[in-house]
Ligand binder design. Structure first.
Ligand SMILES: Nc1nc2c(c(=O)[nH]1)N[C@H]1C(S)=C(S)[C@@H](COP(=O)(O)OP(=O)(O)OC[C@H]3O[C@@H](n4cnc5c(=O)[nH]c(N)nc54)[C@H](O)[C@@H]3O)O[C@H]1N2
Ligand SMILES: Nc1nc2c(c(=O)[nH]1)N[C@H]1C(S)=C(S)[C@@H](COP(=O)(O)OP(=O)(O)OC[C@H]3O[C@@H](n4cnc5c(=O)[nH]c(N)nc54)[C@H](O)[C@@H]3O)O[C@H]1N2
Ligand code: SF4
Ligand SMILES: [Mo]
Length: 709
C-alpha cells in the first residue's frame, strides 16, 4: 500500500458470520475511515468499526459517525416514490412518478421556456452524482438555473482562495503534516465539535509545543485550550486580520524575500493596514489590544504556522474578504507552499470539496471550468455531445433562486440532496416560494421538511447503497464502497436523473451502467481544468488509499502539497488582500439590541433530517437552545432552562436558555439543526456577500424577550 498508510498497531476485528466493507463516513469533510459490518447470511448492516489504518483519521470517529449505519435500514426510509394527492402523499410506482414528472416538466418548459425549471443540488453525494447534477440541469433539462447547498457552505472560502491563490483547493497541505506545525491560527471553527477527529493532529503538535490561537465569539472546547482566545464580535474578522497584519509588518515578522518573489500588493496592504493599530482593531472587534498583540507575536515568531478557518469567518457579507485577509496573514509569513505550513478551510460536508468542482455552481462547469469562457464551454460541450450554443448561460446563486420563484421566472424545482426550507436564511420567505411553485420534486431517503412540500418525492439511496468517490477536506479523492443493495425501491440519484433525462428525450447523453462510467466521463470533462481529475482512477485511489487532485496525467500520483513553486494566478504570484473593514449588513438598534450567531453541535448534522432520527443523538440533544452569558441572563432576569423568545424583522422562535460564561455578553448562539417553529433560520439575515453570494448566517441583530408565565 502507499507511503501515506500508517498502522497504529490496532487491528479491526472480523467476527464470525460477518464481513467488513471498507468505506468512509457520510457526514463531514473529515470523511473518517470506517468498515461497515454486514451479516453474511442476511446481508443486513450490523454496525460499524472505525478504520485504524486510514491515514487521516486513524480509528477515530465521532458520535454521528458511529451511529450513521443506523440510518441505512431505518424504519423512516422512503421506500417507494410518493405522489401528493389532495394534500397527502400516496405511494406510487416509478412509472407513475416518472409519467407525472415528464408531463409536468414538459408542460412548464413548453409554456414558459427551458429556464422555468431549476435544480437545487447538494454535496452529501459522491463526485459522480454531483457531476451528473450539473449535466442533468444543463443537458437533461436545458436550464440555466442550477445551484446547490454548498453556496451556503464553501462559497466564501472558494471566493477568497480564487482571489488570493488563483485556485479553490480547500487545503494547501496534507493534514498528516499538521503534527509537525508550530502554530495554528483558527478563525471561526468549532473544531472539536464539527471536525472532531482532526483534533488528534493538533494535539500531537501541541504535545511538541505548538501554539494555538482561536478567534471565535464563543469559548468553544477548542478555544478553551488555546494559548490566546480572540473573543471577537461577530462579523469583525476583517478588522482582526488587518490588525494582526499591521503588527506583523510593524515588528518585521514579514518574510520579505517570499513576499517580494511570490506576492503582489505588499505596498497597498501596508498602506491599508496602517490604521489597524491594536487600539483601533480592539475598538472594532471588542478583543483587548493585549490579546491581539500576544497573538501577533506568537504567530509572527512561529517558523511553521497554519492559518485555518471555517464558517464562522466565512458566513458573513464580508466572507470573501475575511478568507482573503486570513490567507494573506499566511502569505506575509511566507508559509504557503512549505512543509507543515500553509492555509486551509475546514470543509463542511462529506463531499463539500469535490461537489463544488464539477459543475453544480451556477457559473461553473466540471474541473472549475468557467461558463463564461467560450473555449471552456466548447470543450465541455464536446465531452457532453452537445453543440456549444446549446449550453445554457450562467444562472444565479441558491438564495437568489427563491427571488426568481417569487417573480415566477422559476416555476418548477428539483431538489436533489438538500433541505433548503430548514437550511436557508429567512425560511418563512423560502417556504412561501416553495409552496407557490407549480411543481416541486425532491430526491431524499427521509421525508425532510422540504420533501413534505413536494408534489413528488423520489426515494434516493444512502451513501451505503452505491459506489463512488468523494474528495475530503484535504483535497484527497477517496473510495466510497457499496455495502448493501438499495433498500425498498430506492435508486441512486444518478439513476433517477438518467431516467428523467430519458423521458425528456435526452437519454443518449445519460447511458451509464455504473458510477465508474460517470467518473471516467468526469475525468475527461475536468481534463486540463483547474480541478483536474484526469489522472485519477478507482484503481489508483485503492492502490494509494486516496489521490490528491490535481492529477493531470495517468502516470501522475496526485498533488498533496500545493503552491510549492507558483500560485495558480495568471502571473503565478499570490494576491495579498487589500480590504478595509466592512461591518455586518445589519446594525444593532434599540429594537434589536443584541447579536445572534448560529451554528452546530457535535450530535447533529446540518438540517438534522438524518441525525434527528437516531435515538442516541436525539437523546443527547433533543432541541435547540439559546446560549447566553450569565450577565445578559441576569439583565433580563432569565434563569437557566427558561424558555425565551428571540425576534428579528423576519421571524421569531422560542427555545430554552443555556447559561454559560463561554460566550460574549452581547451575543447569543443558537444551533440550527431543527425545522419549522424550532428553526433559527426563521430569524437569520439573507444579506449576501457581494462576490460569493453567501448569506450572513453568522450575524444578525436580535431582540430577546422573557416570556410572561
Ligand atoms: N457536529 C457537526 N459537525 C459538522 C456539521 C454539523 O452540522 N454538525 N456540519 C459540517 C459542515 S457542512 C460544516 S460547514 C462545518 C462547520 O464547521 P464550523 O464552521 O466549525 O461550525 P459552526 O458552528 O457553523 O461555526 C463555527 C464557529 O464560528 C463561530 N462564529 C460565529 N460568528 C463568528 C464570527 O463572526 N467570526 C468568527 N471568527 N467566528 C464566529 C461560532 O461561535 C462557532 O463556534 O461543520 C461540518 N461538521
Ligand atoms: N443558520 C444557519 N444556517 C445554515 C448554516 C449555519 O451555520 N447557520 N450552515 C449552512 C451550511 S454550511 C450548510 S452545508 C447547509 C446545509 O443544508 P442542507 O443541504 O439543507 O443540509 P442537509 O441536512 O445535509 O440536507 C441534505 C438532505 O439530503 C438528504 N441526503 C443526504 N444524502 C443524500 C443523497 O445522497 N441523495 C439524496 N437525494 N439526498 C441525500 C438528507 O436526508 C437531507 O434531507 O446549511 C446552511 N445553513
Ligand atoms: S461526522 Fe465527520 S468527524 Fe464524525 S465520524 Fe463522520 S466524518 Fe468523522
Ligand atoms: Mo456546510
Amino acid at each position: 500500500m502507499s507511503q501515506f498508510l500508517v498502522k497504529e498497531g490496532v487491528k479491526n476485528q472480523i467476527r464470525k458470520g460477518e464481513k467488513l466493507v471498507t468505506t468512509h463516513c457520510c457526514y463531514c469533510g473529515m470523511q473518517c475511515g470506517m468498515h461497515i459490518r454486514v451479516d453474511e447470511k442476511t446481508n443486513k448492516v450490523m454496525g460499524v468499526e472505525p478504520r485504524y489504518d486510514w491515514v487521516l483519521t486513524r480509528g477515530k470517529m465521532c458520535p454521528k459517525g458511529v451511529t450513521a449505519y443506523q440510518t441505512i435500514d431505518h424504519p423512516d426510509r422512503i421506500k417507494t416514490p410518493l405522489i401528493k394527492k389532495n394534500g397527502k402523499f400516496v405511494a406510487a410506482t416509478w412509472e407513475e412518478a416518472l409519467d407525472l414528472i415528464e408531463r409536468k416538466y414538459k408542460e412548464i418548459q413548453g409554456t414558459y421556456g427551458k429556464d422555468a425549471l431549476a435544480v437545487y443540488g447538494g454535496v452529501s453525494m459522491t463526485n459522480e452524482k454531483c457531476y451528473l447534477v450539473g449535466k442533468y440541469a444543463r443537458v437533461g433539462l436545458g436550464t440555466r438555473y442550477i445551484d446547490y447547498n454548498g453556496r451556503y457552505c464553501m462559497s466564501s472560502a472558494a471566493g477568497g482562495f480564487n482571489k488570493t491563490l488563483g485556485i479553490d483547493r480547500g487545503s494547501s497541505l496534507p493534514w498528516t503534516e499538521l503534527e509537525h506545525s508550530d502554530c495554528f491560527f483558527m478563525a471561526g471553527s468549532n473544531t472539536a465539535e464539527c471536525h472532531p477527529t482532526s483534533i488528534q493532529w493538533f494535539w500531537k503538535a501541541k504535545d511538541k509545543g505548538a501554539k494555538l490561537i482561536v478567534a471565535d465569539p464563543r469559548e468553544t472546547a477548542t478555544a478553551r485550550v488555546a494559548d490566546v482566545h480572540l473573543d471577537l464580535l461577530p462579523g469583525t474578522d476583517s478588522a482582526l486580520a488587518n490588525g494582526i497584519m499591521h503588527l506583523l509588518i510593524k515588528h518585521d515578522y514579514v518574510d520579505h524575500e517570499y513576499v517580494q518573489e511570490r506576492c503582489n500588493n505588499f505596498e497597498e496592504l501596508k498602506e491599508m493596514t496602517a490604521k489597524f493599530t491594536p487600539e483601533y482593531t480592539s475598538e472594532i472587534t471588542g478583543v483587548t489590544a493585549e490579546k491581539i498583540i500576544k497573538a501577533a507575536h506568537i504567530f509572527g515568531k512561529s517558523p511553521r504556522s497554519v492559518v485555518m478557518f471555517a464558517r464562522g469567518a466565512e458566513q458573513q457579507t464580508a466572507g470573501v474578504d475575511n478568507v482573503s485577509l486570513y490567507t494573506s496573514m499566511a502569505l506575509l509569513r511566507g508559509q504557503i507552499g512549505k512543509f507543515a505550513s500553509g492555509v486551509a478551510t475546514f470543509t463542511g460536508q462529506g463531499n463539500g470539496q469535490g461537489g463544488r468542482e464539477h459543475g453544480q455552481k451556477a457559473d461553473l462547469l466540471p474541473g472549475y471550468r468557467k461558463l463564461t469562457d467560450p473555449k471552456e464551454v466548447e470543450y465541455v460541450s464536446g465531452v457532453w455531445g452537445i453543440k456549444p450554443e446549446e449550453m445554457p448561460q450562467p444562472g444565479v446563486s441558491a438564495y437568489e433562486m427563491f427571488h426568481l420563484m417569487e417573480a415566477k421566472t422559476i416555476r418548477g424545482l428539483h431538489v436533489i440532496c438538500s433541505n433548503p426550507v430548514v437550511s436557508s436564511p429567512n425560511i418563512n420567505y423560502v417556504q412561501e416560494q416553495l409552496e407557490n411553485l407549480d411543481f416541486l420534486v425532491v430526491n431524499d431517503f427521509f421525508l425532510s421538511e422540504t420533501a413534505e412540500l413536494a408534489d413528488v418525492v423520489l426515494p434516493a439511496t444512502t451513501w451505503a447503497e452505491d459506489e463512488g468517490t468523494t474528495t475530503n477536506t484535504e483535497g484527497r479523492i477517496i473510495h466510497i464502497r457499496k455495502v448493501v443493495d438499495p433498500i425498498g425501491e430506492s435508486k441512486p440519484d444518478w439513476e433517477i436523473m438518467s431516467l428523467i433525462a430519458e423521458r425528456l428525450g435526452k437519454g443518449q447523453h445519460f447511458q451509464y451502467n455504473e458510477p465508474r462510467e460517470i467518473f471516467d466521463e468526469l475525468r475527461l470533462a475536468s481534463k486540463g481544468g483547474k480541478a483536474d481529475y484526469y489522472g485519477v482512477t478507482y484503481e489508483k485511489i485503492d492502490e494509494q488509499d486516496g489521490v490528491f487532485w490535481p492529477a493531470p496525467a495517468l502516470d501522475h500520483q496526485g498533488t498533496p502539497s500545493m503552491f510549492k513553486e507558483k500560485f495558480e494566478t495568471p502571473d503565478g504570484k499570490a494576491n495579498l488582500a487589500v480590504c478595509d473593514y466592512r461591518g455586518p449588513a445589519e446594525v444593532q438598534s434599540k429594537q434589536y439590541p443584541l447579536w445572534l450567531t448560529t451554528g452546530r453541535v457535535v450530535f447533529h448534522y446540518l438540517s438534522g433530517n438524518q441525525t434527528r432520527r437516531v435515538d442516541f443523538l436525539k437523546e443527547q440533544c433533543p432541541e435547540p437552545f439559546v446560549e447566553m452569558h450569565p450577565e445578559l441572563a441576569s439583565q433580563y432576569q432569565i434563569e437557566n432552562g427558561e424558555r425565551v423568545k428571540l425576534t428579528t424583522p423576519r421571524g421569531d422562535m422560542i427555545a430554552p436558555v443555556k447559561i454559560t460564561k463561554a460566550i460574549r455578553k452581547d451575543t447569543m448562539f443558537v444551533p440550527y439543526h431543527w425545522g419549522k417553529k424550532l428553526a433559527v433560520n426563521q430569524l437569520t439575515s439573507p444579506a449576501l456577500d457581494p462576490i460569493s453570494r453567501m448569506p450572513e448566517f453568522k450575524v444578525c441583530a436580535v431582540k430577546l424577550e422573557k416570556l410572561t408565565k
